[in-house]
Each structure stands twice: as structure tokens, then as C-alpha cells.
Design a protein around this ligand. Structure first.
Ligand SMILES: *[C@@H]1O[C@H](CO)[C@@H](O)[C@H](O)[C@H]1NC(C)=O
Ligand SMILES: *[C@@H]1O[C@H](CO)[C@@H](O)[C@H](O)[C@H]1NC(C)=O
Ligand SMILES: *[C@@H]1O[C@H](CO)[C@@H](O)[C@H](O)[C@H]1NC(C)=O
Ligand SMILES: *[C@@H]1O[C@H](CO)[C@@H](O)[C@H](O)[C@H]1NC(C)=O
Ligand SMILES: *[C@@H]1O[C@H](CO)[C@@H](O)[C@H](O)[C@H]1NC(C)=O
Ligand SMILES: *[C@@H]1O[C@H](CO)[C@@H](O)[C@H](O)[C@H]1NC(C)=O
Ligand SMILES: *[C@@H]1O[C@H](CO)[C@@H](O)[C@H](O)[C@H]1NC(C)=O
Length: 481
């Protein structure tokens, strides 16, 4: 058995292409001398490597007598590592089989089918194991449980299951939706009430699950938005010992639509769900977590970076900045979260980059080609035009300090020769060679001449439109004698 301990094979299962191909045992080639228990070398492709490239076949030249190949696969959108193997059975590679540490301990199993997520309502926010997923359209491995919430907590109410799970190719529940609340419906009675929170003192963090996490001692005002002339809403809470002031706001511009609940100097016992119910019983809730959590102070930063820290308590932020000519790679600010971890890794500084131009169908449609490109600050991109097209404007643009290109790409104009002027008295007969562009006279167009009435042609009988937008020769003439 070959155990490839340090070889990491990337199986990109989330694009449903398993980058491992293994030759089928065919009759061609080794005819006659077939050993049914031997498999041909599996073609192992590293992520991104070309099929058939020299680094494709990596492990071993000969796979005779090899019954099993083990490797680490990286599976799903978070690149989770799993020990996988393929087995040689009856002359064919079978698998991959992988160990799912979360599920059955230590058993190699066939991979279950993945689930796909093609569309996500823009109000929804999705996290997988506390990591926010940005790209929709990814494929999730069997067993993944998503955590879904409405992006703007309090402004939308989630309808449906917040935790769909992928079960062998099928989501366990329909994806939820976000219902707009009173603030967006002109205070209709049918809409759930909007909940707005205000933190006049203290610190808070919005957690990936949509909870509002605050450090003890923080003061929070929860405002239930409802039209007072339709009646008064009602606040309820799950904190068993909680006693809170509720009532309509006092300020004249707020008193007819903000029904408040205030938590002064929150304690851990104030944690719980706060629900506002309208007179018709329509509700919206906010989950509050009060915890004395501290994050590790940030000590090491990029030497091109400066930082400003509010502190290390739950809800405190740290802001980062890079020197001129550099931009932040990562988040510009991070927040201390309930988990005791910062909301993201400390960013780094990188040279300012402009968006890369790619040779795509858009450029092709404009007949533009990229001659050279350096999208770092101070670098430039130089364009050229397809054959038969002429550049209008400067061929190059520069990448500026703010990460934008100094202008738009140049334009390409088609090169055309003007139609030759043939007077009737000249007796010249012109024919465009078939296969040309029909009177457009672009580069390479050929015109052929002859004379009417059997007159003698003097000059070139064929002229061609050149790249300089002029014909290769003057018009011939017909000699009258
Ligand atoms: C996600 O974060 C919560 C606290 O915010 C923590 O209790 C939980 O263990 C985390 N889950 C994972 C999978 O990291
Ligand atoms: C909102 O409701 C008020 C009173 O019901 C009405 O006068 C107003 O026209 C409505 N506005 C919109 C944008 O529907
Ligand atoms: C914090 O970072 C987020 C995203 O990186 C950004 O949208 C927000 O404006 C930043 N806040 C401040 C106060 O800089
Ligand atoms: C082409 O341009 C359009 C509009 O500018 C843009 O939406 C589209 O993504 C571009 N296509 C490619 C392949 O870049
Ligand atoms: C790109 O341009 C920058 C600024 O002029 C320069 O420092 C860098 O070396 C260039 N990179 C390459 C790969 O040429
Ligand atoms: C970037 O900087 C250039 C020149 O400094 C300026 O003309 C341009 O408007 C800026 N673009 C943005 C998006 O700020
Ligand atoms: C050719 O000559 C004849 C008379 O000689 C005239 O009728 C005809 O229009 C001429 N054709 C062209 C294309 O010049």
C-alpha cells in the first residue's frame, strides 16, 4: 500500500469536477498480458494544473501491485480537509472514499451528493460554520448546515427555516425569505414591526447568526416602529428576571411611531429574545447576548500599516490604514465577537492594484487586444487593435493611487478606403472580388478593373485597400486611342 502522507490532492468537489481521473482498464495497449488486479497509473491533477502536463502524474510511475492511494482532499467552499482514498478493484480505480470526521468516525465512505445554491435573495446573509459566504452558486457538501439570516437585523423578518441542511443532494428545507417590516410598508398593519436598536453607551457586535452581542454595562434602546394611531404594540422578553421600561418615545418627532424598550447597564441575565407584538399579534424579535468577552489584543501588524483600537472588549473595533500607495487586503476594521475572536484576520497592506483587464468577449467585441499589463500602482496597460483596425486615442492608461485606471481603454476604428470615383466617360468597369465585404472597402479589399468597349487598360488592373487607408495604386485608365 502506498501512503502519500504529504501529498495534498485538491478535489474541487464544489465545482462538481473531481480532479482525479483514472484510466479505465482497456483492452488496447497491453493486450494479451492483462493482469486484472493491476490498475493503470491514476492521472492525478493538481488544482489548476493542465491535464497531461508533466506535473499531472505525480505519485509514482508504476502502479502495479498498488491497491490503494490515500490523499488529503479539500472539499466544499471552505476547503475542509479530509482523508480520502481510491482503491484498485478488478483493474479499475474506485472512489474516492473519504472520512468525514464529523459524522462516522474513522470510516471511509463514498461522498454523498452535494447541494447547490443558485440564488439567494439579496436581503439574506448566509454563514457556514461562522464564516460568511459571499459567492452564491457554490456547491455544498453533504452534511453542511447553513445559517441564514436577514442582512439588516430588525428591518426584515426571516420567514422559514434558518438552518437548511444538505442531505445527499437535497436541502432539508426550502430556503427562507425576508419579509419587509413596517418601515418599508408605510406602516401597514399586516407587516411585522421594524426593530431598531441604538447603543448610546457601551459596545456591540452583530453576530453571524444575527444576534446582537453586547458587553456588560452597555445601554441599549430597542425601538419598535409602529403607527401609534393604530394602537400600542407590546414588548415581551425571555429573560426571566428582566424588568425593563417600555413606552412611546417622548420627543415630538418620535412619539407617534417609536415604542421603546430600554436596557440600562445590561447584565448577563438580560440575555434573551426581545419580541415586539403589534395589536394584531404580528411580531418581530431581536436576540440579545450579554457577555463579558475579551479578544486577544492585536500586537503584530504589517509595518506599512497603522491601527487604532477601541479596546479588546466584545463589540470593540480596531481600524486599520495603510501608507499611501498601498491598500488594505482584508477588512478595514474588525470587531471583537462573542466567540472571543476578532471578526476577521488582521489585514495586510499591498501595493494599490487596479482591476485587471481580461481578454474577454467585451474586449474582443471592441477589437481590442492587451499588449502588456501591470495593474500595480504606477503600472500601465497597453492596448492594440485587431488587424484591420486603427487605434483612436492613447494606447496606454496608468494605474492611479486610488486604484482606478487613468482613463478608459482606447477605441478601435475600422480601417476603410474611400470608394474610388469612376466617371462614366472613363469607360472603366470595376468589379469587387467575391468574398470581399461588399462596398465597405476594409483592409485587403480588392477591386479589379476592365475597360468598356474593348478599350486598352493602362495601369494596374487590380488595386487593394491598404492599412494606411489608401488604395495600393491609382485608378487605371482606358485608352481611347
Ligand atoms: C460559531 O460561533 C459561536 C459563538 O459566536 C460559537 O459558539 C460556535 O462554536 C462557533 N461555531 C463554529 C463551527 O465555529
Ligand atoms: C402612506 O400612508 C398614508 C396614510 O395611510 C397615506 O396618506 C400615504 O399616501 C401613504 N404613502 C405611500 C407612499 O403609500
Ligand atoms: C468597517 O469596515 C466595513 C467593511 O470592511 C466598512 O463597510 C465600514 O465602512 C467600516 N467602518 C468604518 C467606520 O470604517
Ligand atoms: C461586459 O461588460 C458588461 C457591461 O459593462 C459587464 O456587465 C459584463 O460583465 C462584461 N463581461 C465580461 C465577460 O467581462
Ligand atoms: C509594475 O509597475 C510598478 C510601478 O511602476 C513596478 O514597481 C513593478 O515592478 C511593475 N511590475 C512588473 C511585474 O513589471
Ligand atoms: C482617482 O484619482 C484621479 C486622479 O488623482 C481622479 O481623477 C479620479 O477621479 C479618482 N477616481 C476615484 C474613483 O476617486
Ligand atoms: C459601355 O459602353 C456602352 C456604349 O458604348 C454604354 O451604353 C454603356 O453604358 C457603357 N457601360 C459602362 C458601364 O460604362
Amino acid at each position: 500500500m502506498l501512503f502519500c502522507n504529504n501529498f495534498i490532492l485538491t478535489i474541487v468537489l464544489f465545482t462538481s469536477s473531481v480532479l482525479i481521473t483514472y484510466s479505465k482498464h482497456t483492452k488496447e495497449g497491453k493486450e494479451g498480458k492483462e493482469d486484472i488486479s493491476t490498475c493503470y497509473s491514476p492521472k492525478l491533477l493538481l488544482k489548476g494544473a493542465q491535464e497531461g502536463s508533466s506535473d499531472g502524474n505525480i505519485i509514482k510511475d508504476s502502479f502495479s501491485n498498488v491497491k490503494e492511494v490515500k490523499f488529503f482532499g479539500s472539499i466544499g467552499p471552505l476547503g475542509e480537509k479530509r482523508l480520502c482514498k481510491i482503491k484498485c478493484i478488478g483493474g479499475q480505480w474506485v472512489g474516492p472514499l473519504c472520512i468525514d470526521e464529523q459524522a462516522e468516525k474513522g470510516r471511509f465512505q463514498p461522498l454523498f451528493r452535494n447541494c447547490k445554491l443558485d440564488y439567494l435573495n439579496p436581503h439574506l446573509m448566509l454563514t457556514l460554520r461562522n464564516i460568511t459566504i459571499q459567492d452564491i452558486g457554490l456547491i455544498y457538501p453533504h452534511g453542511s448546515t447553513l445559517k441564514i439570516r436577514c442582512r439588516d437585523i430588525g428591518l426584515y423578518k426571516l420567514l422559514g427555516s434558518a438552518n437548511p441542511k444538505c442531505e445527499n443532494g437535497v436541502w432539508s428545507a426550502r430556503l427562507p425569505s425576508c419579509v419587509p417590516t413596517t418601515l418599508f410598508t408605510n406602516f401597514t398593519e399586516e407587516a411585522p414591526p421594524t426593530i431598531i436598536f441604538k447603543i448610546p453607551s457601551g459596545s456591540s457586535s452583530i453576530e453571524s447568526g444575527g444576534e446582537l452581542a453586547i458587553y456588560p454595562g452597555t445601554t441599549v434602546h430597542l425601538e419598535c416602529i409602529f403607527s401609534r394611531h393604530l394602537g400600542s404594540p407590546d414588548w415581551t422578553w425571555t429573560a426571566p428576571l428582566g424588568e425593563y421600561l417600555t413606552g412611546w418615545a417622548i420627543a415630538p418627532e418620535e412619539r407617534d411611531w417609536k415604542y421603546r424598550l430600554s436596557i440600562y447597564y445590561a447584565k448577563e441575565q438580560d440575555s434573551g429574545t426581545f419580541t415586539c407584538a403589534t395589536p394584531r399579534g404580528i411580531t418581530n424579535s431581536l436576540v440579545l447576548q450579554v457577555a463579558a468577552i475579551h479578544c486577544e489584543p492585536i500586537t503584530e501588524i504589517d509595518n506599512l500599516m497603522t491601527m487604532r483600537s477601541e479596546g479588546t472588549k466584545l463589540g470593540h473595533k480596531v481600524y486599520f490604514q495603510c501608507q499611501s500607495g498601498y491598500q488594505i487586503k482584508g477588512d478595514h476594521n474588525i470587531t471583537c465577537q462573542l466567540s472571543g475572536k476578532w471578526s476577521a484576520a488582521v489585514p495586510t497592506c499591498e501595493l494599490v492594484k487596479c482591476p485587471l483587464f481580461e481578454e474577454n468577449s467585451n474586449l474582443t467585441a471592441l477589437h481590442l487586444k492587451i499588449e502588456e499589463q501591470n495593474n500595480s500602482y504606477g503600472g500601465r496597460i497597453v492596448f492594440s487593435c485587431d488587424w484591420g483596425y486603427r487605434l483612436r486615442g492613447l494606447p496606454g492608461i496608468e494605474c492611479e493611487l486610488n486604484g482606478t485606471w487613468s482613463g478608459s481603454p482606447p477605441k478601435c476604428a475600422i480601417i476603410q478606403c474611400s470608394a474610388p470615383i469612376i466617371t462614366e466617360s472613363s469607360n472603366l468597369l470595376a468589379t469587387e472580388i467575391t468574398g470581399m465585404d461588399g462596398g465597405q472597402y476594409t483592409v485587403g479589399s480588392l477591386l479589379q478593373f476592365s475597360c468598356n468597349n474593348s478599350l486598352t487598360l493602362i495601369g494596374e488592373s487590380t488595386i487593394i485597400c491598404t492599412e494606411t487607408e489608401v488604395w495600393s495604386h491609382p485608378l487605371p485608365i482606358c485608352n481611347i486611342n
